[in-house]
Design a protein around this ligand. Structure first.
Ligand code: GRF
Length: 202
């Protein structure tokens, strides 16, 4: 059986990448292989994590959007990547890219979509807005990526309670630990299973 070949795109610390690499090593992603890590920034800790787990990594620092995507596409094609996972990847991809990899790009977002999502909602801002609004429950969402920021079909969601004296930082950590690191590997296996089936039919 030819497994789904996965690339993880990162821009920072890479704790979600770590969750994926550990899940793979623990047999929780039997239908996928994490073949490549692509970072949009040099020197980020996610690259160390890739190295520690013996996964090939590439840095693409091109500022121009079109040139960035050209390089990204040829890198993914060279590695025969079937599934692209955005894990703390801070660049917005154009419609050209999302159409090319339609139903083959997934993202993890730290809120229960459709709350606190879309343009400008990333990092701590998401949790600041949730606390400002006064929600009692938040969480994380894994979804397919299309041309609308955080607008693609939802794959998995998990809720997390907001606590009385929460700060954005405390809430961010809880959402990662209780939701993001749990549902991202599960969603990757779910999608890989389907893609693997498709791939082996041909
Ligand atoms: C996570 O909160 C993720 O939901 C968001 O960016 C953050 C990345 O964290 N898209 P890390 O780089 O995986 O540690």
């Amino acid at each position: 059986m030819e497994k789904t070949r996965i690339a993880v795109l990162v821009s920072g610390g890479g704790t979600n990448l770590e969750a994926l690499l550990c899940a793979k090593e623990n047999g929780k992603i039997p239908h996928g292989d994490i073949c490549l890590v692509v970072s949009s920034k040099q020197g980020v800790f996610a690259l160390e994590r890739a190295k520690n787990h013996n996964v090939k990594s590439v840095v693409i620092e091109q500022k121009d959007k079109e040139l960035f995507e050209n390089e990204l596409i040829s890198t993914l094609q060279n590695e025969k990547i079937d599934l692209v996972v955005l894990a703390g990847f801070l660049k917005i991809l154009t419609e050209r890219f999302t159409k090319l990899y339609s139903n083959r790009i997934i993202n993890v977002h730290p809120s229960l979509i459709p709350s606190f999502c879309g343009n400008g909602f990333y990092g701590l801002t998401v949790h600041e807005k949730a606390l400002d609004y006064g929600v009692k429950v938040t969480g994380a969402t894994v979804h397919f990526v299309n041309e609308i920021p955080d607008g693609g079909k939802i794959i998995l969601q998990k809720s997390v309670n907001v606590c009385k004296n929460d700060t954005p930082e405390k809430l961010q950590k809880r959402v990662m630990k209780q939701a993001e690191w749990v549902i991202l590997p599960k969603a990757v296996e779910l999608v890989s299973k389907n893609l693997t089936k498709e791939k082996n039919k041909k």
